[in-house]
Design a binder for this molecule. Sequence first.
Ligand code: F6R
Length: 617
Amino acid sequence: MGWGTERNGIGMCGIVGILGKSTVATNLVDALRRLEYRGYDSAGIATVEDGSLERRRAEGKLRNLERRLNDEPLAGRTGIGHTRWATHGRPTERNAHPHMTAKVSVVHNGIIENFRALRAELEAKGHVFETDTDTESVVHLITDEMQKGLPPVDAVREALQHLEGAFALGIIFAGHDDLMIAARKGSPLAIGYGAGEMYLGSDAIALAPFTDTITYLEEGDWAVLTRNGAEIHDLEGAIVERPVVKSVASALLVDKGNHRHFMAKEIHEQPEVISHTLANYIDMAAGRVNFPDLGIALDSIDRVTISACGTAYYAGLVAKYWIERIARVPVEIDVASELRYREAPLPPNGLALLVSQSGETADTLATLRYCRANGQRIASIVNVRTSTIARESHTVLPTLAGPEIGVASTKAFTCQLSVLACLALAIGRARGVLDRDAEAAHVKALTEIPRHVAGIVRHESQFVSIAQELSKARDVLYLGRGTSYPIALEGALKLKEISYLHAEGYAAGELKHGPIALIDDNVPVIVVAPEDDLFDKTISNMQEVAARGGQIILISDAAPHKVACKVAAHIEMPSVGTIATPLLYAVPTQLIAYHTAVIMGTDVDQPRNLAKSVTVE
Ligand code: F6R
């Protein structure tokens, strides 16, 4: 896999598919070109030609694939295509998609978490693997089902039961010129309707030249496409109707999909963008962190200084806990508007981390310059690669969140956390305080996040009823300990900025030093409390709240019988490795804020008085 600092683009694989009336190769490449903005390092297409599967793939840009196709054209009318951002295995032609056997060809976006186990099982049955990718295990799994005699649709239905992870798939079959199957679990997919033709794409932008009539698959859906239309199945296998909408993607660089607001779309995109960000810093095949050279020996850093504003600052605050606990290096952190004027002494061998979605925030930039002038090695975690903060840093550690349009930051935050978690592991390993097994366990926990986030957004309706209660409140408190403290701060910021309700986040232990005076039966208290080593302490704080009539909304993976306290609502979370908790627990706080704002009728994507990029002090 490649290093973050060498990357351009934003790194999300792209999927397209066409059931056409005539040869589809040229149109597949055109559709892929419209997905170039997602970033890629190889590309390929496959078609069904005289009943057999044929493919062409090439390393690098689409023009290389076009050259291959000029030399060796593909004639099929049914085809799939892919732009690949390498995750499992290097960006070579051999690892490029589509992957195939004689029976089935697959394009895939996302992470198949259990690919190692699947591969071992399938190899034991005699399947021969040709690549290092996780995708190939999907190809052989479906082939295996077909070898047992199952027709394609049943083989895919069966195979999907065995796949763990967050992903999107496009699948075609030898001998089936009028069939394509699509599946969505965590990564978006759109189906396009033409006259006697059908299309598949990672987003409506890819399909804009061919059709504006789109159905967005919902979480867990899989669909059987023929030239006559699409039959969509939900997670439970029932045939479902999904809305057919007119897309305006051709006029826009980014579209909202089937969401009412960009913020909702961006919350839902998190499984995909977290996957891609992690893939940039983790060698998925080896299960180890693979971090770029920061130009400073990681084992010699005496202190890390972190600075940022708003949500990005809270990402830094989580990182303080990780870097101190996992890597045993002291961390100084302050909001940029303070650090820039504090004249803080900085150590000779220090690393400064600046975190910014836009890369243009005036205070963060000024702090960067202060740190640089004071001899710090500068690494910035930015979403916009061409930004001023990126340009003025020694090293850029990109978040691969894609354009964030909603003013309230959501996916950029969880992607910032993804990069910072990997950095903490990299420093820990370099300093010899994190052994291989511990690193592997953390990496596993991180790679499972996209799947868990997809699971949380799938149960979105529970947040609507909570939001209804919150919308009647005047003040809302958020409490948390450890890494859940910054998540409480971030949750409160999210709620106040888009719903205009007054909300504050506190370290749970601070409750009795003041904020407890606010509590009465009109004050909802949102408690972020994973069942970790601080859980019992947080429960005590909850009891203090409950005793004063406060309405507790608990976000926790603890079994209800362990919650020795009356709660108004319990958002049940999956149990995950500790490093994964802040990323996961941020998602319910985003959904609570979003639905409260929708109920209050505010301008969710452009809340009053706020700007996406704060280039003034
Ligand atoms: C909150 C939010 C802001 C930004 C802050 C920093 O949802 O978006 O608090 O996080 O203005 O912006 P960037 O990350 O662009 O430096």
